[in-house]
Design a protein. Structure first.
Lengths: 331, 443
């Protein structure tokens, strides 16, 4: 349990996009200042203020990460948990995992699932954000409230409702298809028993839960696009689509990059939705993604640690392009 | 602005201090309280009356010692034990654990060897498969706490309408289920002769066991999946026949709440532990009492409702291949053991003796649980439920006592396997695949 959570949350620190700008800017300002030495207390002040943030990060993220890393090179199962010495096995755990075609299947599925979900979420989110800038106040508030509710509902409560909707015996979706729409064959249809159909349901749920965040962030970004630019473009004869494509979107690109990055990270480490759907009766082995697969290894702590480290590397590989681009654009 | 910041920092500081104080306080009481014994019970199966008895008796017999009973949820019990049992500060002193989960911990060295106590606790009278699940190389680490076997509930009126008699053999049972399904006396669109969801391996393995098959066999030091053996295949073929012609239950459901379709008139039979009788609630018997109504009137109505439900419902143990013999069903239940890291070994042994006393074992039986010491099972009573429970339990069998069996359950191999069978997969191929997975997991 702790292994997947650790690895995925350790990915988070690179996220705050603004931090790198502040850091280089500060020394520059200091250089230009007249060389009057400030009292030591004043110079230490900022670092002291960092301490409360650094301690929880070191304890909450650093320790599990180091432990996970160390475990991944050992033989560490239940017996070791109860006091038997842990044996160092070098790269055996990694070799065992990476030589198993099933593991590669899980990795491929996870990456595909992550990219499809992140892309869909971004597309729907941007579309809704643009819609919000165009509609009247009443419609906008209705949309906002709806999105907030979708965003604010606890994930397990949401999952219960979705599970009921797609339930094969008493689900509303099957009833709708069978009764008003007359598709009699769908009355007992199981939505999660085939992996493809399972991922379809999971995608609907994950996208539904992630869209509000994208909408609000992108909407806030779009509000910052200066009215004058849009007006000038309109006078120059740009139509609505061109104004969006060549003006608004490039202006909010930094926002889109950050939100997109977050989506990729979140969708790669998706756990709760998949786990709950599996428990609802899906074939477990055929529907594992990285998160649930690591959890299923959790009795062999060392294997789970190795898999979590592999997942960390995949996350970094998927996001390094984003992060580099973001840094370059900011500088 | 400045003021806000300062108070924010102060709040963080206070929070940290509180957190530190809380940690310190916790370990202090545990370190200093060696006269406090902690018993972990799993789930709500042990009634309050029995818990009170344990506390009173233990404290009366052990001057100055205190018994604290902490209830743990069944779901997530294994990971919780993995961490708690490994720590001297956190470990309970006596712990209840699912019978199929115990091999994982006995092999890991998590429990104290109590072989010397077994004779005093009941010896050969202790439930056999349960003791086996708690034994490693002849040493006993965990003993049976209670068992509950599965029996078949049926609607008498639907049997009558379909012209079906209570079956005497396993074969007749299959025929009855198919006949009920075809007759569909209630006219429900998804009627099931027997409610058998696709992932319900707890019930499904009864056919494997009854035909003499098993899930895995020990071969020297290795465990090997045994679903492909001729005996298992015979049982599985019967299960597949039931899936195809005797049930409309979803293939993506498990054994949870089988009484819901039964109550809805969508199933004529279901198989469950005998305490499922309290969940049967047929519409024609329902008196519409609000769940929070605690008046005398409401209680009387509820009693009437229960009597009506039990009047319309029958129960029988799943019959075996030969008439007059019950089938070999899956034995649910739990074991109890002393964690090796507990600092109160002697007190824990005293409590274990109280649990296996005649008085406590009788109390377990009176509450509908088959007690760990079968000598006292008579106290279950002689109503149809007790009889069905006992008959079923006599022949019941556990999952293989392999060290890593819990991993097989954790990986949900059998759920996936039975789902495949329910979906009409080729028996031999599906069994070979599942055998391979079981073998890989167990070794």
């Amino acid at each position: 349990m702790s292994a997947p959570r650790t690895s995925s949350s350790t990915v988070l620190p690179p996220v705050p996009p603004r931090a790198p700008i502040v850091a280089p800017a500060a020394p520059e300002a200091a250089v230009r200042r007249p060389p009057r030495r400030r009292p030591i207390r004043a110079r230490l002040g900022p670092y002291l203020l960092l301490v409360p943030a650094l301690i929880p990060i070191a304890v909450g993220l650093g320790y599990p990460l180091v432990r996970q890393f160390v475990l991944s090179f050992q033989e560490y199962g239940l017996a070791q948990q109860f006091g038997q010495p842990a044996e160092w096995v070098g790269l055996r755990n990694y070799a065992e995992l990476l030589s198993d075609p099933y593991v590669w299947g899980v990795i491929a599925r996870s990456i595909a699932f992550c990219l499809v979900n992140a892309a869909l979420t971004m597309a729907v989110g941007i579309a809704l954000a643009v819609l919000m800038t165009r509609v009247g106040r009443a419609a906008r508030i209705t949309l906002q409230v709806g999105l907030l509710l979708a965003w604010g509902t606890p994930v397990l409560a949401t999952m219960t409702v979705w599970q009921w909707l797609f339930d094969s015996q008493y689900g509303v979706i099957n009833w709708l298809l069978a009764e008003p729409l007359g598709a009699e064959g769908m009355r007992q249809h199981s939505w999660i028993i085939e992996p493809a159909s399972f991922y379809f349901v999971a995608t609907v749920i994950v996208v539904w839960m992630s869209v509000p965040f994208v909408v609000f962030t992108v909407y806030a970004g779009l509000l910052q696009v200066p009215e004058e630019c849009m007006e000038a473009a309109q006078l120059d004869g740009a139509n609505a689509w061109q104004r969006l494509r060549y003006l608004s979107l490039p202006m909010v690109k930094p926002v889109l990059l950050v939100v997109g990055l977050l989506q990729v990270i979140w969708d790669l480490r998706v756990f709760t939705q998949i786990y709950v759907l599996q428990r609802a009766g899906a074939p477990t082995r055929e529907t594992h993604l990285l998160g649930t697969f690591i959890y299923s290894l959790s009795k062999e702590f060392s294997l789970a640690g190795a898999m979590a480290t592999i997942m960390l590397v995949i996350t970094l590989a998927l996001t390094v392009f984003y992060i580099r681009r973001m840094l370059r654009d900011d500088v | 602005m400045t003021r806000v910041r300062t108070s924010g920092l102060a709040a963080v500081g206070v929070g940290l201090m509180v957190a530190l104080a809380a940690c310190g306080g916790g370990s202090e009481t545990e370190a200093g309280g060696d006269e406090e014994l902690r018993l972990w019970l799993a789930g709500t199966d042990t009634p309050q009356e029995l818990r009170d008895y344990l506390v009173e008796t233990f404290e009366a017999q052990n001057e100055g010692a205190q018994l604290v009973i902490e209830e743990q949820d069944w779901s997530g019990l294994v990971p919780r034990l993995q961490t708690a049992l490994a720590s001297e500060q956190q470990t309970p002193d006596l712990v209840e654990i699912g019978n199929t989960q115990s091999p994982t911990f006995t092999h890991a060295g998590a429990f104290t060897d109590i072989t010397d106590m077994v004779d005093g606790l009941g010896g050969d009278q202790l439930l056999e498969g349960f003791v086996e699940a708690g034994t490693v190389d002849g040493d006993v680490y965990a003993v049976p706490y209670y068992s509950g076997a599965r029996a078949v509930f049926y609607r008498k009126d639907l049997f009558e309408a379909a012209g079906v008699e209570v079956p005497k053999t396993l074969e007749e049972f299959g025929e009855a289920a198919v006949a009920l399904q075809q007759a569909n006396p209630t006219g429900a669109p998804n009627f099931s002769g027997l409610w058998l969801p696709g992932q319900d391996w707890y019930n499904g393995i009864a056919w494997i066991y009854s035909n003499g098959g098993s899930l895995a066999e020990q071969d020297g030091d290795e465990w090997v999946g045994a679903l492909s053996s001729p005996e298992s295949q015979e049982g599985l073929a019967q299960v597949q026949e039931l899936f195809a012609n005797a049930t409309s239950a979803p293939k993506d459901a498990d054994s949870a709440e089988p009484w819901v379709p039964f109550n809805n008139g969508e199933a004529a039979m279901f198989s469950a532990p005998t305490w499922a009788r309290w969940s049967i609630d047929l519409p024609e018997c329902n008196k519409g009492v609000a769940t929070d109504d605690e008046s005398e009137e409401a209680k009387a109505l509820l009693a009437e409702q229960q009597a009506c439900n039990e009047e319309k419902t029958g129960i029988f143990p799943l019959p075996g291949p030969a008439a007059g013999e019950p089938a070999t069903v899956f034995a649910g239940g739990s074991n109890i053991a002393i964690p090796a890291k507990s600092g109160n070994q002697d007190l824990a042994r005293n409590l274990l003796e109280i649990i296996f006393s005649e008085e406590y074992q009788t109390m377990l039986a009176e509450n509908g649980l088959i007690p760990g010491n079968s000598e006292y099972a008579d106290a279950l009573g002689d109503d149809v439920y007790a009889e069905a429970a006992l008959d079923a339990a006599l022949n019941a069998k556990l999952t293989p006592p392999a060290e890593k069996w819990a991993d097989v359950e954790g990986a949900r191999i059998l759920e996936d396997f039975f789902q495949e069978i329910a979906s009409g997969a080729d028996l031999e191929e599906a069994s070979a695949r599942a055998d391979q997975l079981i073998t890989d997991t167990l070794n």
